[in-house]
Design a protein around this ligand. Structure first.
Ligand code: ADP
Ligand code: MG
Length: 311
């Protein structure tokens, strides 16, 4: 359907994402060209519009997914970014770690059609979460009953009805340890993925499984998720095995193998105090290691902005 450009009044049929903007008062604005969009919304109007969507996934349990999701979300928020963390694991560890139990959870967004904005719980400055609960097991059954073409895209569809992409700079998705439909939903929503891998001898098997899942996603759902980083966790330099696993990961993934997160009891303690690692032990190895990864994420964002500016 034809629309009128709000800047130059030219009639056109919107084709590209940048041609639509939704104002704070939820009015739709259409732009026939990027210069028209820039003239009305300024330089940041398009580039900053969409949140970076990152899934934290490994099909294995206990690889540091939740610790990574919470620590990266908290670190990014401390650096001034607006962050939403979505928990897709029925164990509900994100809420537990941060001391919140949302009255409503992701289950209500997916199954009960609640608006995501009504389920989001603010947990810290710049840092909101959509919690999960055991009810998510029922969401898994509900998803399995949906038509095949939508059952992997429910999360994507539900989050896109709200202002989530505009309201946040980062949306992180903490995944559960399985090959279930909720994880497929997380991957359909995400643009990129971080795989936390603990430095033990089974770790490579886990990474291979995730890479296989990414390939399947691409083939069956026509959605590409970029592997941004493999994050070695529970690294203990004193053990030969950990050093060997780290070397293997570095050889295999090159610059995509991120600096390791060391084993650190402060990281294990923080959730029981309902604190992030930066609140519980800001001078710990755990805080230092995760801040390094936060800064790596931020530098990726700057690289992307420079590429966009040059384009
Ligand atoms: N680098 C680390 N050093 C020590 N303990 C850690 C570290 N990372 C995570 N933990 C602890 O290990 C357990 C499993 O981590 P978690 O993040 O819950 O894994 P997952 O979400 O993959 O199941 C938790 O008790 C957590 O506090
Ligand atoms: Mg977890």
């Amino acid at each position: 359907m034809q629309k009128l450009c709000v800047h130059c009044d030219t009639p056109f049929v919107p084709t590209f994402v940048y041609q639509l903007a939704v104002s704070k008062t939820r009015e739709r604005q259409y732009f026939c060209s990027l210069p028209c969009r820039h003239a009305v919304l300024g330089d940041g109007g398009f580039r900053n519009r969409r949140a970076r969507r990152i899934a934290v996934l490994n099909h294995k349990g206990g690889t540091g997914k939740t610790t990574t999701s919470v620590s990266l979300a908290a670190g990014l928020a401390e650096r001034g970014k607006r962050v939403l963390l979505v928990d897709t694991d029925a164990q509900g560890n994100v809420g537990l770690s941060l001391g919140v139990s949302g009255e409503h959870s992701l289950y209500h967004v997916l199954v009960e059609d609640m608006h995501p904005d009504d389920v989001v719980v603010p947990v810290r400055k710049n840092f909101d979460v959509i919690t999960s609960s055991q009810l998510l097991a029922a969401a898994e059954i509900w998803l399995a009953r949906q038509p095949i073409e939508t059952r992997s895209k429910a999360l994507r569809q539900r989050l896109s009805i709200s202002e989530v992409s505009k309201a946040y700079d980062y949306v992180l998705v903490d995944c559960g340890p399985s090959l279930n439909l909720l994880n497929q939903n997380a991957l359909s929503y995400a643009d990129e993925i971080i795989i936390p891998v603990n430095c033990d001898y089974l770790s490579l098997v886990g990474v291979k499984q995730v890479l296989g899942t990414l390939r399947n996603m691409e083939k069956h759902l026509m959605h590409t998720v970029r592997l941004s980083g493999v994050l070695p966790t529970f690294y203990d330099a004193r053990t030969k095995l950990a050093s060997e696993v780290l070397e293997t990961l570095q050889d295999h993934f090159k610059e995509k193998c991120l600096p390791a997160i060391r084993s650190n009891t402060k990281l294990a303690e923080a959730p029981s105090r309902r604190k992030t690692i930066f609140e519980h032990a800001p001078d710990s190895y755990g805080a230092e290691d995760y801040l390094r990864i936060v800064d790596w994420l931020l530098s990726g964002e700057q690289r992307q902005q420079r590429t966009n500016a040059a384009a």
